[in-house]
Design a protein around this ligand. Structure first.
Ligand code: ADP
Ligand code: MG
Length: 636
């Protein structure tokens, strides 16, 4: 089961590779009798009168020969339309047709034999036309006259022109655009999913997600509405696509800046730029409405503001954001590195394509940037995922810490009560004991030598012992030691071994020690022994067959470490947590006080004790004390 995530990751990578290999960019076209027309003639139409249908001009006019991928010369003033003349090649296909991948123009008419065979007119400002026109075999060598009209900048043929089997051309016509539509729709879907998920988030996470889903949504809409696909096959909503495209274009720059601000933190120039872009986008939106209401009277203004200027600003913004994220990445910020890589795909492809678009005066169809966008979207989603995972890890860690503190608190509260109770009881008992001792001493001094005198002596001794026990108990309850001195760890453990070895032998266990000379701490000798005897006793009691207890000490930094490891039955997590609680015992004859006393003593000596244990494997207690230099004078 634990290999599942790895297998899934490999599966995904393979899937992505397969998708990349199958994408239209790398798909080789299986073309049989498709022929490409690479040359045609062009003539600016200056003779046309408004309202009348154009008629194909004569051959005496000065036609200009143009090759495919060549930009036509400058449009003469006063002319908004042009003629294109092309000679059809030998048509061998069964049902021949011609595919014009892209003709610019709002109004396009095609003539064959002086008759109109195709006409398309758009009332809105979308100039790209993709035309598939059926022909006949007899049309071989004939001339086709195309008339295109547009008040916009671009006119003429920009894509490829092909003749061939109609079915095959239809495939070519759809294939490229369908990819855009699928990609764009996928982006829109991702954006919607993010938007829905963000409902369940709190600030400031939510604003990061919302700005990102605005960015992805805008890109998705741009990708879907840019190619002629929707305009060709769902032409009735053309105007809506256009408005959507423009709005997405206005929304993209400010939301992109906002998203970067939230990922990279507040950066002054990006914040200022974002404010300006917001203002600019609103202005564009208003001009769009005015232009729309006045039926394109201010189109020149709108075009300048929303295409030329906005595009330049978008380029500037992309460069700014790239610089900002690279700077951050340079400092080693992981998120910034991921973001930079993803964003570089996007920024480099789109800036260079926009640049090319301007150089070619709009005669260029942007396509590379879409691949850049995919890289960008993957990187930002990775960042969001990482953030979520990190938050989750923190929550788990906090709750674990909380539980630990809670246990600690309970333990110390109990200890407080116990020690108060113990102290007061011990104190109360000591007084009557002292009084009794006084009277017994009095009696003993008056008593002649004899049996009674012996009894009184024993009674006095026993009273002293009881008093000592109470004193000890008081120090357990409030272990502030009156007598502290330098303890040599090796000496102390030699004594401890003497006491504990017989017990270990009884259980059939072995104790091994690895304690170098010269380790010293400050503390009270008998308390120190008491604390470690309790720990080692527990280890001995936990031993099974071939029991072994290993004790080792060393110094590290300015601390002395003592490890006591056994291969006994071990403890489960529940026991580990409750360890040191008064009266907590899993043994039938246990008091449940051993660890409590040990904890108190070690704490009072400024030490720390921790346990690690695994059920069935063993337990290790690690104790550390601040080191004392072994040759300094003992203090009291
Ligand atoms: P007691 O020994 O009287 O039961 P302690 O406070 O010394 O009380 O220990 C509490 C409990 O912790 C024990 O009952 C035992 O279950 C568990 N324990 C302590 N040390 C070990 C150890 N080394 N191996 C296994 N269990 C241990
Ligand atoms: Mg014990």
């Amino acid at each position: 089961m634990k290999y599942m995530p790895k297998i899934a990751a490999v599966f995904w990578i393979l899937l992505l590779l397969a998708a990349a290999a199958a994408s239209p960019a790398s798909a080789s076209r299986v073309v049989s009798n498709v022929q490409t027309i690479t040359k045609w003639d062009m003539l600016w139409d200056t003779a046309r009168q408004e309202g009348s249908l154009p008629a194909p001009p004569s051959d005496q006019e000065e036609w200009e020969t143009i090759g495919s991928n060549e930009v036509a010369g400058n449009k003469p003033s006063g002319s908004s339309s042009a003629w294109i003349r092309m000679v059809l090649p030998e048509l061998t296909a069964e049902t021949p047709a011609i595919l014009l991948e892209n003709i610019y123009g709002k109004h396009v008419i095609i003539y064959k034999d002086g008759i109109i065979v195709y006409e398309s007119f758009r009332s809105y400002n979308y100039e790209q036309n993709k035309i598939l026109l059926p022909l006949e075999r007899e049309d071989s060598g004939k001339r086709l006259y195309i008339w295109a009209d547009s008040r916009l900048d671009r006119l003429g043929i920009s894509g490829e022109v092909m003749t061939g089997e109609q079915r095959e051309l239809l495939g070519i016509m759809i294939r490229k655009d369908v990819f855009d539509v699928i990609l764009g729709s996928a982006f829109i879907l991702i954006a919607l999913t993010l938007a829905i998920c963000s409902i369940f988030l709190f600030q400031p996470n939510r604003s990061v997600w919302l700005s990102l889903c605005t960015v992805i949504m805008a890109i998705g809409v741009l990708v879907v509405t840019y190619p002629p696909f929707l305009f060709t096959f769902y032409r009735e909503y053309g105007e809506m696509y256009l408005i959507l495209f423009d709005m997405a274009l206005f929304l993209l720059p400010p939301s992109l800046a906002l998203f970067f601000e939230q990922i990279l933190g507040d950066i002054v120039y990006i914040r200022r730029f974002r404010k300006w872009l917001t203002f600019y986008s609103i202005a564009c939106f208003l001009i769009m409405i005015v232009n729309w209401l006045t039926m394109d009277r201010y189109y020149w203004l709108y075009y300048g503001v929303s295409v030329t200027l906005l595009g330049l600003q978008l380029m500037a913004l992309l460069i700014c954001l790239m610089v900002a994220s690279l700077k951050r990445a340079w400092k080693g910020d992981r998120e910034a590195i991921i973001l930079s890589v993803g964003f570089a795909c996007f920024a480099v492809t789109s800036v260079s394509e926009l640049f090319w678009f301007y150089i070619r005066q709009g005669h260029y169809n942007l396509f590379l940037w879409k691949w850049g966008v995919i890289g960008f979207v993957i990187s930002v989603i990775t960042i969001l995922g990482r953030r979520l995972a990190e938050k989750h890890r923190q929550v788990v860690q906090y709750s674990q810490e909380l539980e630990m503190f809670n246990n600690e608190l309970q333990r110390s509260e109990k200890m407080e009560i116990i020690s108060d109770l113990a102290a007061s009881v011990a104190h109360e008992v000591r007084n009557p004991l002292q009084v009794t001792r006084g009277f017994l001493q009095l009696l003993s001094s008056k008593e002649e030598e004899g049996k009674n005198k012996d009894y009184l002596k024993i009674a006095l001794e026993e009273l002293d012992r009881a008093s000592n026990i109470i004193t000890d108990f008081l120090t357990f309850a409030k272990p502030e030691f009156e007598q502290t001195k330098i303890l040599h760890i090796d000496d102390e453990f030699r004594h401890i071994e003497g006491i504990i070895s017989p017990m270990a032998n009884l259980q059939g266990g072995k104790i091994s020690m690895e304690i170098p000379e010269g380790l010293a701490i400050k503390g009270n000798s008998s308390k120190f022994k008491q604390a470690f005897i309790n720990v080692i006793k527990n280890s001995i009691e936990a031993l099974r067959d071939e029991g072994q207890i290993h004790i080792r000490a060393y110094s590290s930094g300015d601390e002395v470490y003592i490890h006591i490891r056994d291969n006994g039955e071990g403890m489960d997590a529940q026991t580990l947590i409750r360890l040191g609680e008064p009266y907590f015992s899993n043994k039938t004859k246990g008091t449940g006080l051993g660890m409590m006393v040990t904890f108190r003593i070690i704490e009072a000596m400024d030490g720390r004790i921790t346990f690690t244990s695994a059920k069935g494997i063993g337990t290790e207690a690690t104790v550390r004390f601040p080191a004392a230099s072994s040759d300094s004078a003992p203090e009291s």
